[in-house]
Design a protein around this ligand. Structure first.
Ligand code: GLU
Length: 476
């Protein structure tokens, strides 16, 4: 979505980058080297469908190869274009650097309305697109590792992985050519929920610092906070679900493409999701008020606004009327450069996309490592961990009875303490640690430098310094 008088998405990302590098001291030429997109491959291919040849246009853009493989999702949408793919690839570079996943940035896209085709047709199209990218090493475990994005999911990733394996029959690391696969096809537990989970961990990290929350005029923790979520796709759904079910936040509005639901008492996220799955729309959902003009709810009063769908939804046309004191960019690029300026002037705090939605690529990193190591996380340690815990519990019980102390353990403690961590727990632990670490790095710059006023510039400074350090150590 681009509004008249605003720069394109890619220009918007570049302008944000420029605001940060203006405060940095990069060597001559390095700034330009980091900013520019290294290459964008465009492919047009035909697939015979419904008795005729349909031509599709797809892209794979590589923004930075300071580390390889490069990483980033593949998007299926009619709105996909080169400018968008390049903007998203650049964001991947900065995102990966910020959360310390050892990747360069990339992104792909296919101009297609995935709802217009049935599953068999989508498989044919996906395999053909994958074939075009694989034969140019634009899908490769060591060079370029795609993942899901808008309009794609586990199913498409499984097709891509299989296509790669068919074309590289002796590559023992074939499964690592793509992440976001279903668990039974080399995926990892917790990848589907990862981006939404990351949004939750990002918010927890923010509220762990009362002085940071105070900058948005907020206090306390997430309990009782009124949250508006725009987009109930994979990211918005999981974020809203976890925040409401685990942190006590109230989801007061859910905005979808065909309208919005509103309930100040808090919506039941799971029930809304089930309604959408069954009816294909939020229309008719009985337990909340419905507005056709969903966009208006972006401007409704709340504590936290979570745009979780498309880029550019908060732009020059509505930024002035946004009332949320805190925006969490669960989508990539939901706030345009111009809107960002307006919101900052109003004192709104923005937790930027490259941090807020980095949970996806973080767990993708775990999946890639799992594929390369050919073993599930926790498989070697789990029972050993349990055995050591059992030693301690047995010893405590022996002491208690030998000494007649009469100690009893709290209900459930023993079971919980004795259970060794499985893959899902390890993934969540790794993700939480990553989100806390990245928040700390960002906040040190935010608080530590007089000339840095906002989290976005802080995030860019952390990322760009890391990318620059890699280039410098390569002698570039
Ligand atoms: N498409 C997601 C993103 O924008 C995930 C990328 C990945 O896992 O490589 O971050």
């Amino acid at each position: 979505m681009s509004v008249a008088g605003e720069p394109s998405f890619r220009e918007s990302v570049d302008l944000m980058f420029n605001r940060a590098v203006a405060l940095m001291d990069l060597g001559p030429g390095l700034e330009q080297k980091i900013r520019v997109c290294n290459s964008t491959y465009t492919v047009r291919f035909g697939v015979r469908l419904r008795g005729k040849i349909e031509t599709f246009t797809g892209y794979r853009s590589v923004h930075s190869e300071h580390m390889e493989p490069v990483k980033g999702g593949i998007r299926y949408a009619l709105s996909v274009n080169q400018d968008e793919v390049e903007a998203l690839a650049a964001l991947m570079t900065y995102k990966c650097a910020l959360v310390e996943t050892p990747f360069g940035g990339s992104k792909g896209g296919l101009c297609i309305d995935p709802r217009a085709w049935d599953v068999d047709e989508l498989e044919q199209i996906t395999r053909r697109f994958a074939y075009e990218l694989i034969k140019r090493d634009l899908i490769n475990p060591a060079q370029n590792v795609p993942a899901p994005d808008m309009g794609t999911g586990e199913r498409e990733m499984a097709w891509i992985a299989d296509q790669y394996a068919r074309m590289n029959t002796t590559d023992i690391n074939a499964k690592a050519c793509v992440t976001g696969k279903p668990p039974h096809a080399g995926g990892i537990q917790g990848r589907v929920e990862a981006t939404g989970r990351g949004v939750q961990y990002a918010l927890r990290a923010f509220f762990r610092h009362p002085e940071d929350a105070a900058r948005a005029g907020l206090s306390g923790d997430l309990d009782g906070k009124r949250v508006i979520v725009q987009g109930l796709g994979n990211v918005g759904y999981h974020a809203a679900k976890f925040l409401s079910e685990e942190d006590g936040a109230k989801i007061t509005a859910i905005i979808e493409r065909d309208g919005a639901l509103h309930d100040e008492a808090g919506l039941d996220v799971e029930a809304v999701r089930q309604w959408i799955v069954r009816h294909g729309s939020i229309k008719g959902y009985p337990a909340a008020s419905f507005t056709e003009n969903g966009g208006a709810l972006l401007e409704a009063p709340c504590d936290i606004l979570i745009p979780a769908a498309m880029e550019g939804v908060i732009n020059l046309s509505n930024a002035g009327r946004i009332r949320a004191p805190l925006i969490v960019e669960a989508a990539n690029g939901p706030v345009t450069f111009g809107a960002d300026e307006i919101l900052r002037r109003k004192g709104c705090i923005i937790i930027p996309d490259m941090y807020a939605n980095a949970g996806g690529v973080t767990v993708s990193y775990f999946e890639w490592v799992k594929n390369l190591s050919h073993i599930r996380f926790g498989r070697m340690q789990r029972r050993a961990e349990e055995a050591r815990h059992l030693l301690l519990v047995n010893e405590l019980e022996r002491l208690s009875s030998d000494q007649g102390l009469g100690w009893t353990m709290s209900p459930g403690f023993k079971e919980q303490y004795l259970r060794g961590a499985g893959e899902l727990e390890l993934v969540r632990s790794g993700l939480d640690d990553t989100m806390r670490g990245a928040y700390q790095a960002m906040r040190e710059v935010w608080h530590g430098r007089q000339d840095v006023q906002d989290l976005r510039v802080a995030a860019y400074i952390v990322s760009i310094s890391r990318v620059a350090a890699t280039y410098q150590s390569k002698g570039l």
